[in-house]
Design a protein around this ligand. Structure first.
Ligand code: NAD
Ligand code: LMR
Length: 339
């Protein structure tokens, strides 16, 4: 039941274009950090999405150029660029979905937590503005460390009196995208048919792909499952090392971010059975935030789905990830409340 970006983007070119823009409700999407490595291709992909009627592109620099460029594409949405904090309110006002890829990326040798000192403050100030200008928007948090930036956002919203746990999402779709790709390669099945839930969080061992639930079934040997798990957990690092100082995943992340935002929009529009994995407020485990399958609806999270049956290897992985995930969550909460 995972959403397929091509279903919506192809309709932007073809005969269904008129249909989509006439029948789909007005939806405003804002991208914060829109001139960055993720922001630019994500802006492009959101411009191709016929569910979007207004696309607001915000960054501290560079957005007029990105917006002018993207705005020439002959698809439904009206594109406007906003630059600098004094234009942030206008960028956010009326937004249904706010996607946040603002912040610094990793360099080789860094963990995602090494980004905390810079990105925590960025996320805090952007979320303060969201609480003021579009408190009902669905927030798609991409900025790392996601395991901490989502709790930061929740605390900022709580303080502002606008927190709705159904509307805050850590974007972990790239972990799912990777797990699907790597599994399809190893199992020699059609990648377009593959589904793999990925649960936990979004850093190292907190990323827990559930290959025992992968479809189509392939009955891979344990050593293959271990290798696939490790590669999924280290997928971000694989890209950071290959880019050798020039940042982290941007193109695959833009794709993943566009898939997740599309799922949010479909949910808002009342499309049934939209399910994606996401890092959300959760009672699936004893941790206050946890990534698992989530059913999306008109108010955001409709249902946080359970983990389903786990293999012994996955059960071990689940126990092993909890201390790190717990401390990353607590770090975010503490930051939001002390500063
Ligand atoms: P980048 O440096 O290329 O772009 C970041 C952009 O954010 C820049 O254009 C910058 O001007 C902007 N920015 C900085 N401060 C801002 C502010 N206060 N308001 C608005 N914009 C601001 O980095 P990138 O490669 O696009 O990565 C962005 C973030 O996404 C990083 O934290 C990275 O770790 C994270 N990321 C997350 C995932 C995931 O799976 N969740 C995947 C890849 C990257
Ligand atoms: C990823 O998974 O690619 C991102 O979280 C970026 C990173 O730092 O690895």
């Amino acid at each position: 039941s995972s959403s397929n970006l091509m279903n919506s983007t192809t309709s932007a070119y073809g005969v269904r274009r008129g249909f989509a823009s006439e029948s789909a409700p007005e939806r405003k999407v804002a991208v914060l950090g829109a001139a960055g490595g993720i922001g630019q291709p994500l802006a492009l992909l959101m411009k191709l999405n016929p569910l979007v009627s207004k696309l607001a592109l915000y960054d501290i620099a560079g957005t007029p150029g990105v917006a002018a460029d993207v705005s020439h594409i002959n698809t439904r949405s009206e594109v406007v660029g906003f630059m600098g904090e004094e234009q942030l309110g206008q960028a956010l006002e009326g937004s249904d979905v706010v996607i946040i890829p603002a912040g610094v990326p990793r360099k080789p040798g860094m963990t995602r937590d090494d980004l905390f000192n810079i990105n925590a403050g960025i996320v805090k100030s952007l979320c303060t503005a969201i609480a003021k200008y579009c408190p009902h928007a669905l927030v798609n948090m991409i900025s790392n460390p996601v395991n901490s930036t989502v709790p930061i956002a929740s605390e900022v919203f709580k303080k502002a009196g606008t927190y709705d746990e159904k509307k805050l999402f850590g974007v972990t779709t790239l972990d799912v995208v990777r797990a699907k790709t790597f599994y399809a390669g190893k199992a020699k099945v059609n990648v377009a048919e593959v589904n793999v839930p990925v649960v936990g969080g979004h850093a190292g061992i907190t990323i827990l792909p559930l290959f025992s639930q992968a479809t189509p079934k392939a009955n891979l040997p344990d050593e293959d499952i271990k290798a696939l798990t490790k590669r999924t957990q280290d997928g971000g690092t694989e890209v950071v090392e290959a880019k050798a100082g020039k940042g982290s995943a941007t193109l695959s992340m833009a794709y993943a971010g566009a898939i997740f935002a599309d799922a949010c929009l479909k949910g808002l529009n009342g499309v049934p059975d939209v399910v994606e994995c996401s890092f959300v407020q959760s009672s699936v485990t004893e941790l206050p935030f946890f990534a698992s399958k989530v059913r999306l609806g008109k108010n955001g999270v409709e249902e946080v789905l359970g983990l389903g049956p786990l293999s012994d290897y996955e059960k071990e992985g689940l126990e092993a990830l909890k201390p790190e995930l717990k401390s990353s969550i607590e770090k975010g909460i503490k930051f939001a409340n002390q500063s």
